[in-house]
Write a protein that binds this ligand. Structure first.
Ligand SMILES: *[C@@H]1O[C@H](CO)[C@@H](O)[C@H](O)[C@H]1NC(C)=O
Ligand SMILES: *[C@@H]1O[C@H](CO)[C@@H](O)[C@H](O)[C@H]1NC(C)=O
Ligand SMILES: *[C@@H]1O[C@H](CO)[C@@H](O)[C@H](O)[C@H]1NC(C)=O
Ligand SMILES: *[C@@H]1O[C@H](CO)[C@@H](O)[C@H](O)[C@H]1NC(C)=O
Length: 401
């Protein structure tokens, strides 16, 4: 039933996602490797639902949506479903594939990184100071290949209906399709053929191992992915996400969201997409001692690259929350920001229990938790980011990755 409306939407919207001014097409040389921009048509099908959620068509309705969502007596999860549906379509997913200059053994290990809510793939690769803050740059410096992408509804990927289409189970399936493409070598050949041609992307072998990395809502999706499709991953890094008593406690009102289409700046988005005001970006993503943890330029940049979020993503999130992963036989590292306000109520220390985490993935080869000191939720936008990334590369190295 959704299909015809969907295709129409797809056609209208794909034309509108081209107006980015920076060098987002083609390829670029980095200090430590090469990166290529890709627009990948991804076909995916998933369960979905029509939810009873308020419509958001202006700033007042955006604030009202947050209050509705935060209200303790608002029905949750499955109770909000009006009708169960299936969504299927082919979506343009904008991605960046980077390969290291060095030809060490880790070059054949591909990381696939999924960003969180309020950002797009640039979260992993801030231009402000790539040598110090970019997880992408750090990865190619450490010898890994890495794929980052704009999740459906963000950046230069498609921005379909915010209520009935952009939902968590579909995003999980998109990650699965990207992973399947990587594993069977079709991503490498896609990158080879994508214009303009670039020598660094000729004859890329298919990866020998795939590591999944998430941040925040992207960790939520990654956690579900490794539980549901355990044999498609060789290791997972879950950053900025710990199931616990303080998860999401500050509530959606703390985002100070406004209607995206009339926001500052306005975004080309339909009904149901909202965007944080700068104070919401700080509440969510920046913490630690403001004199040492981050700079005003980092906060400003974090606001400059913010992205709208669609209401359907949050209504549907329960669908993939806490999936058990008894078949996962790979290493998992959790990386928490010491002063993460949204995930840990402002202090992650002592909030997790490795034995508890093992209940989700009882057959994981190892589960570790690392705490990155004096850092808020947006790891890449804090001063000590590089040292934090190294915790992950050390973990991967210890586990043969
Ligand atoms: C939708 O499906 C779920 C099971 O996934 C079920 O619990 C729920 O009752 C269904 N809702 C409707 C309105 O059919
Ligand atoms: C993973 O498991 C599924 C079903 O459980 C199977 O169809 C698929 O071939 C497996 N894939 C790999 C890479 O082993
Ligand atoms: C772990 O793996 C074993 C063997 O593959 C399997 O029998 C078991 O169900 C899995 N889960 C747990 C909780 O041990
Ligand atoms: C930077 O991060 C590393 C790795 O977590 C940590 O060992 C170090 O103490 C941190 N430095 C500061 C100044 O917080």
């Amino acid at each position: 039933m959704l299909a015809p409306a969907f295709l129409l939407l797809f056609q209208t919207i794909s034309a509108s996602s081209i107006h980015y001014s920076r060098g987002n097409h083609g390829s670029s040389k980095r200090t430590n490797g090469f990166c290529k921009q890709l627009d990948i048509p991804v076909t995916a099908t998933s369960e979905s639902a029509i939810y009873d959620v308020p419509r958001v068509d202006n700033d007042i309705e955006a604030a009202a949506w947050a209050i509705y969502s935060d209200t303790w007596s608002t029905p949750d999860g499955v109770e909000r479903i009006i009708k169960n549906t299936t969504t299927s379509g082919t979506f343009n997913i904008h991605a960046q594939l980077c390969v290291p200059k060095t030809s060490g053994e880790k070059k054949d290990i591909l990381q696939i990184a999924t960003h969180g809510a309020h950002y797009d793939g640039r979260y992993w690769d801030p231009e402000l100071d790539r040598e110090k803050q970019s997880y992408v740059e750090a990865s190619i410096r450490a010898g890994y290949s890495i794929l980052t992408y704009d999740r459906l509804g963000t950046g230069q990927s498609d921005h379909p209906d915010a209520y009935d289409v952009v939902q968590a189970p579909l995003e999980l399936e998109i990650l699965r399709q990207l992973t399947l493409m990587a594993r069977d070598g079709s991503l490498s050949s896609f990158a080879e053929k994508a214009k303009p041609s670039d020598e660094a992307f000729q004859k890329l072998p298919k990866p020998s191992k795939v590591v999944h990395v998430g941040h925040s809502f992207g960790s939520f999706i990654t956690s579900a992915f490794i539980a549901k499709y355990s044999n498609l991953t060789d290791g997972a890094i879950i950053t900025g996400f710990l199931l616990g008593p303080y998860l999401g406690k500050p509530g959606m009102a703390s985002w100070a969201a406004e209607y995206a289409a009339t926001g500052n700046p306005p975004f080309e988005r339909p009904s149901g997409y909202m965007v944080c005001q700068e104070v919401g970006i700080q509440n969510l993503f920046f913490a630690g001692d403001p004199k040492t943890a981050f700079t005003p330029a980092m906060l400003k940049y974090g606001n400059d690259i913010k992205q709208p979020v669609p209401v359907g993503e949050f209504a549907s999130a329960f669908h993939i929350l806490g999936l058990p992963g008894p078949n996962l036989k790979a290493p998992v590292q959790y990386v928490a920001a010491e002063f993460d306000f949204y995930i840990c109520g402002g202090d992650c220390k002592g909030l997790y229990d490795v034995e508890d985490l093992k209940k989700t993935y009882p057959n994981a080869t190892t589960i570790e938790v690392a705490i990155q000191p004096n850092t808020g939720h947006a790891f890449t936008l804090h001063n000590n980011a590089t040292a934090g990334f190294q915790l992950t590369f050390d973990f991967l190295g210890r586990n043969g990755l």
